[in-house]
Design a protein around this ligand. Structure first.
Ligand code: PLP
Length: 387
C-alpha cells in the first residue's frame, strides 16, 4: 500500500492536515467552477472544474490508493463509471458481461449493443465452459461483477482476468458490492475497477457517484481526458461527502458484514426461506473462493421465499426496521425486490436465465443493532408464512 501505510490508515487520513492556506486539518471543499491564470498563457494547477478539481482529486487519490491503482477518475454516477470504462469499445467489438449483473448495467449494455455501438454476450462467468466459449470469440473487454447483484455469485478474478489477458481482452471488475476494504481486483489481475461510490464507499445514501480506477497510468490518463471531454466527472460537493464517507469505510463494512453473517445464518435455518445466497455460508458454491479472494463476505445477501410473490408482499409490508428501497451500502438496512425494482429493466427471460425469481429479496445490511434486524426479519417471515 502506498507510502507504506495500511489501507485503513489511508482511508481515514489520506490528504488530512495538508492545507497550506490556513492549516485546516480537514481539507476545505473547492466549489469554484474556474481558476485564475497566474499569468497570460500560464494556467495554474487547475483551470476548469470539469477537467480537474482539488476536492475531487483528493477523493480520487484516496480511492486509487485503496484499490492499489495508478489513477482514479471520479464520475457523476456508477453508470457513468461503467460507461466510461467501456468507452474504448468500437462498433463490432465484443464485450463479455455477466448474465446476472446489476439491472442498470444490463440495460446500458443491451441498449448500446442495440444501437450497434458494440456487441455484448452475457454469460454465467462461474461456468468455466461458458466463459471459455465467450473468450474464444476474441472479445475486447471482459466485465466482471463479483459478488454479483443480486445472486451473490462469486467469480474467480485471478483466473478470469488471466484468461481475458490471454485472449487479448481488457478486464474490468465492478467492485461495488465489497469496496476496496474487502477486495482489491487490481492485485488479482484486473486492468480497471469500477465503483458505484453511491454504495459502500460513500456509505450514507446521500450521494450518487462513481469511480473508475486504472492499474495503468496511461490508460487512467486517457479515461480522465475522455471523462472531461464527455463531461461525466463528479461534483466537488459529492466528492467532499464521499471522502467523508470513505474515512469510516473499514469500520462500517466490517461491522455490517458481521451482522449480515448473523442474518444469513438465521434465514438459512428458517422454514419459510427456500434458499439463502450469501458467500459466508459454507453451503454457498462460491464460499471457498470468496474466502480466498475477499477479506470478508460483505454486507449484501439475498434469499428466496418459499411462498413466491405473495410471501414477498407480506414480508416487506410487515418490516419495520428494514426500509423497502433500491440501493445499498448505506448505514441503514434496506430490502429490495429485484424482479420489480433493481432488475425490472431486464426482460423477464433474461431475469429467468440469471435465476432472479419473483420470490427473491435482497438485503443491504446497515449499522442497526443485530437483535433489531433479526426481530424484524422474524416478524416479516411470520407474516410471509401466513399465506
Ligand atoms: N454497479 C452495481 C453493482 C450497482 O449495484 C449499481 C447500482 O445499484 C451500479 C453499478 C450503478 O451505480 P449508480 O446507481 O451509482 O449509477
Amino acid at each position: 500500500m502506498s507510502e507504506g501505510r495500511a489501507a485503513r490508515t489511508i482511508a481515514a487520513t489520506n490528504g488530512v492536515a495538508q492545507d497550506t492556506a490556513f492549516g485546516a486539518v480537514i481539507a476545505p471543499i473547492h466549489l469554484s467552477t474556474t481558476y485564475k491564470f497566474p499569468a497570460f498563457e500560464k494556467p495554474g494547477p487547475y483551470d476548469y472544474s470539469r477537467l480537474g478539481n482539488p476536492t475531487r482529486d483528493q477523493l480520487a487519490d484516496t480511492i486509487a490508493k485503496l484499490e492499489g491503482g495508478a489513477r482514479a477518475v471520479m464520475t457523476a454516477s456508477g453508470m457513468a463509471a461503467l460507461d466510461l470504462a467501456l468507452s474504448g469499445l468500437c462498433p463490432g467489438d465484443l464485450l463479455v458481461a455477466p448474465h446476472d449483473c446489476y439491472g442498470g448495467t444490463h440495460r446500458l449494455l443491451s441498449l448500446r449493443a442495440a444501437r450497434g455501438q458494440y456487441r455484448v454476450t452475457f454469460v454465467d462467468q462461474t461456468d468455466d465452459d461458458a466463459l471459455a466459449a465467450a473468450l474464444a470469440r476474441n472479445p475486447k473487454i471482459v466485465l466482471i461483477e463479483t459478488p454479483s447483484n443480486p445472486l451473490m455469485r462469486v467469480v474467480d478474478i485471478h483466473r478470469a482476468t488471466a484468461l481475458a489477458k490471454a485472449a487479448g481482452a481488457l478486464s474490468v471488475v465492478d467492485n461495488t458490492f465489497l469496496s476496496p476494504a474487502l477486495q482489491q481486483p487490481i492485485s488479482l489481475g484486473a486492468d480497471l475497477v469500477v465503483h458505484s461510490t453511491t454504495k459502500f464507499l460513500n456509505g450514507h445514501s446521500d450521494v450518487i457517484g462513481g469511480a473508475v480506477i486504472a492499474a495503468d497510468a496511461a490508460l487512467g490518463e486517457d479515461l480522465a481526458a475522455w471523462a472531461n471531454t464527455i463531461g461525466v466527472t463528479g461534483s466537488p460537493l459529492d466528492a467532499y461527502l464521499t471522502l467523508r464517507g470513505v474515512r469510516t469505510l473499514f469500520v462500517r463494512v466490517e461491522h455490517q458484514q458481521e451482522t449480515a453473517a448473523a442474518l444469513a445464518a438465521f434465514l438459512d435455518a428458517h422454514p419459510a426461506v427456500r434458499r439463502v445466497h450469501y458467500p459466508g455460508l459454507t453451503s454457498h458454491p462460491g464460499h471457498g473462493l470468496a474466502k480466498a479472494q475477499q477479506r470478508g463476505f460483505g454486507a449484501m445477501l439475498s434469499f428466496e421465499l418459499a411462498g413466491g410473490l405473495e410471501a414477498v408482499r407480506r414480508l416487506v409490508t410487515a418490516l419495520q426496521v428494514f426500509t423497502l428501497a433500491e440501493s445499498l451500502g448505506g448505514v441503514e438496512s434496506l430490502v429490495a425486490h429485484p424482479a420489480t425494482m433493481t432488475h425490472a429493466a431486464m426482460d423477464p427471460d433474461a431475469r429467468a436465465t440469471a435465476g432472479i425469481t419473483d420470490g427473491l429479496l435482497r438485503l443491504s445490511v446497515g449499522l442497526e443493532a443485530e437483535e433489531d434486524l433479526l426481530a424484524d426479519l422474524s416478524r416479516g417471515l411470520d407474516a410471509a408464512a401466513r399465506i
